[in-house]
Design a protein around this ligand. Structure first.
Ligand code: GLA
Length: 735
């Protein structure tokens, strides 16, 4: 995947087998964007793509008519506001004299094999230098000498560019008011934008709208990436569907406040921006100091939305997630939360462990309620040690030991970033929460957010967690975060640095994760934020899986997991079978449907296994045995969405093994329909010339037939129950 620099035309061409990315140094020295899309043959000169004609109401970069151009009309690489471009800028710097006009021009570049780490921030990585090439272009501001380093990594095997920006102050300091990770100027606006939006318990619903002139996008100013808008935005051609058509997409590897914006101008140029949300950001740079932006991953494909997801899944599963558990299946979990809440005893937990073990479960996770005076959500957060020995007479170490004796691994819940006012920690350190002096600090779920911008706060929590984890045999941590940030102020920072806090907070969270990952490399971390309110690529770098949603209702989960799969691989989505009526929706679905949905994720249980009937136990045993047999395929296979549950009465998806010899189809019907017509479900990703059997011989067909004609979904043939919320998993196997 070469990166070429053509000296004569000052053109950069980054390409691999799938995509090309072209830039050129413009006549004023700034960087112009020429092309991003399907791969082009390399050539020296693409400068016809820089438009220089004069138009009314434009201003120009030079008095010399031959050299001049209007930045308003030029597609740019990393544009600013304040000269001849009036669109949303990629960055904004306030200089010492109060002005905000910049002029960053090409100074130098380096090209090297592999990819550098981002300091203190999560990012995609390579294992061998041959997997990617990186280009770093340094731009310098003519007046201030400040530098902007634009970084581009192109991967050999994926149609992606990983981009980030580093800003280094000159001899005078400055203030960064906006630093987006990425800008892309596309030449037209014939797009439908696709976003993953929602709320608690209905995270990452797929939402679409036609682009028009003006601003459209998604954002979070909640201190977390949020369930309201995932840090992701795709632009698809109106005729692009799941299987074909052009899609551009950006995914931001970040867990804090973010903005993804499409700004369509008067000539229908679409400017796509992604980065830290500028409204909650202001960062002071002393002379010579640097600021590193988060990384954004930019995808292009002409293979539709499934093509886009395939790229994200491959990259994020293997080159974003890390560590011991990256290439291993998560043990099958029983979590006690929906069964006991905070109201448990060691005895109750061990009873659950015994039953779980007898059914084939592999790990018991003790959720909220084990620490401090935690009887309900008003007390105890922050006190990460056992004080209630009536509940846990042998402490965490004793319980972990007993669970281990029963042949199960043991996992534990923490909410490290939070504190209840009714806790020892808060009584000792009332100034350790984010708050603004003289203003009310708004509680959320009766708790406050610890000031993770302060090193001593992060150190304290690290020590407390290290003590528990070091003293007991713990295999897994569920790291929760149950409220958003309000009154974001810190007692530790001066007035002119308060605008840095949202970002410093997330850097503190990342640093705590990094230290715990390093100290306990074999602990599996699952992140959670009232379910999926912080399901983002940033956290997947530290915690390879995320609790997808507190909503475990099977019907709702089809939608939530379907939307989540736009970006995130199945091995990152926690999915449990829970009791009915469902705690969130009140809906009753069959045990079969609950597990048929949960199998397409990181499978587990969140139900009272001690209260189920013998026949239900048999069913659970079968589900667990099935999961163990198929989990490698589900974890590593290629995933395709087949039917959209947001638009239809059914949802369906498919995962195909790498060698294409085996596949599993999940098919979910919401309302039972009677006396229906023909219904063919067309599969994807199979070998057209191979013969496959479906469900042990119910149908035997070649791959081309299963993909081009589809499987005739006759309800009787495949044993689909005569009821609402029925479902089936079809097992496709080469014969
Ligand atoms: C959040 C999580 C739940 C559970 C509770 C415990 O809501 O999403 O899974 O851990 O907290 O308080």
């Amino acid at each position: 995947m070469p990166i070429c620099y053509h000296e004569n035309t000052r053109t950069f061409h980054l390409y691999n087998g799938d995509v090309s990315y072209l830039m050129q140094v413009l006549s004023n020295g700034q960087m112009g964007q020429l092309y991003f899309g399907k791969k082009l043959r390399d050539r020296e000169d693409f400068s016809y793509l820089v438009r220089t004609e004069e138009r009314a109401m434009n201003s120009y970069t030079s008095e010399d008519r031959k050299k001049r151009l209007s930045l308003q009309q030029v597609r740019q690489e990393y544009p600013s506001y304040g000269t001849s471009d009036f669109r949303s800028p990629a960055f904004e710097i306030q200089w010492e004299d109060g002005s905000r006009v910049s002029d960053f021009c090409y100074a130098s570049h380096v090209i090297f094999k592999g990819k550098r780490k981002l300091e203190g921030l999560p990012a995609v990585y390579v294992e061998e230098d041959g997997e990617a090439d990186t280009l770093e272009i340094t731009l310098a501001d003519r007046r201030e000498g400040a530098r902007l380093i634009l970084s581009y990594t192109i991967f050999r095997d994926y149609g992606v560019l990983a981009r980030s920006v580093r800003i280094v102050a000159g001899e005078r300091g400055c203030r960064l008011e906006r630093v987006m990770s990425l800008n892309l100027d596309l030449p037209d606006s014939d797009f439908v934008s696709v976003q993953l939006s929602g709320a608690w318990a209905r995270e990452r619903y797929v939402r679409e709208r036609r682009l028009e002139e003006g601003l459209q996008g998604v954002y979070s100013m909640r201190g977390a990436s949020s369930s309201e808008h995932n840090p992701f935005l795709a632009l698809r051609r109106p005729d692009a569907g799941e299987g074909s058509g052009e899609v551009y997409a950006v995914s931001l590897i970040y867990s804090g406040n973010h903005l993804e914006l499409a700004d369509v101008d008067q000539n229908h140029v679409t400017r796509l921006l992604a980065g830290i949300h500028p409204d909650t950001f202001s960062w002071k740079l002393e002379p010579g100091e640097a600021f590193q932006s988060p990384e954004a991953v930019l995808v292009y494909t002409d293979r539709g939305l499934n093509g886009m997801s395939g790229i994200f899944h491959g990259l994020y599963r293997t080159r974003l997630r890390r560590g011991f558990w990256r290439d291993r299946a998560c043990p099958i979990i029983i979590n006690n939360w929906e069964t006991t809440g905070c109201d448990f005893t060691e005895e109750k937990i061990l009873e659950l462990a015994d039953t779980a073990k007898s059914l084939g479960v592999e790990m018991l996770v003790l959720d909220d309620g084990w620490f401090g005076d935690r009887e309900n959500d008003r007390t105890g957060l922050g006190d990460w040690y056992v004080t209630n020995f009536q509940k846990l007479p042998h402490g965490i170490a004793g319980l972990a030991e007993k669970v281990k004796e029963r042949g199960l691994r043991f996992g534990l819940w923490f909410e490290p970033e939070m504190v209840n006012k009714d806790s020892r920690l808060f009584r000792e350190h009332p100034d350790w929460i984010l708050q603004v002096e003289g203003r009310f600090a708004s509680p959320g779920r009766n708790q406050h957010v610890l000031d993770f911008s302060r090193q001593e706060v992060v150190d304290y929590i690290y020590d407390a967690m290290e003590k528990v984890l070091g003293s007991a045999d713990i295999s897994y941590i569920k790291w929760d975060m149950n409220r958003y940030i309000t009154e974001c102020g810190s007692a530790a920072y001066p007035a002119d640095r308060q605008g840095e806090l949202f970002h410093r907070y997330i850097l503190g969270v990342y640093s705590l994760y990094e230290r715990l990952n390093a100290r306990f490399p074999e602990i599996l971390f699952e992140s959670c934020s009232s379910g999926g309110s912080r399901f983002d690529p940033g956290l997947l770098y530290y915690a390879g899986q995320t609790w997808t949603s507190d909503n475990t209702d099977a019907v709702e989960r089809v939608r939530i997991q379907y939307g989540t799969s736009y970006v995130y691989p199945l091995c990152s989505m926690g999915a449990h079978v829970s009791d009915v009526p469902n705690q969130q929706s009140g809906r009753i679905t069959s045990m079969a449907t609950r597990s048929n949905v949960a199998h397409f994720g990181v499978f587990g249980y969140q139900m009272n296994l001690t209260a189920v009937t013998d026949s239900e136990k048999e069913e659970i045993r079968r589900q667990i045995a099935w999961e163990k047999e198929h989990r490698e395929l589900i974890r590593c296979g290629r995933f395709y969405r087949l039917r959209d549950p947001f638009r239809e009465n059914t949802g369906a998806w498919l995962v195909v093994s790498e060698d294409r010899r085996e596949a599993l189809v999940g098919y979910y019907q919401i309302y039972r329909e009677v006396n229906t017509g023909w219904d063919f479900l067309k599969l994807e990703g199979l070998d057209p010339d191979r013969l496959y059997s479906v469900n042990g011989g119910v149908q035997v067909s070649y791959g081309d037939e299963l993909m081009n004609l589809g499987i005739l979904l006759d309800q009787e043939r495949f044993g689909i129950a005569k009821e609402d919320y029925a479902s089936v998993i079809l097992h496709i196997k080469a014969v």
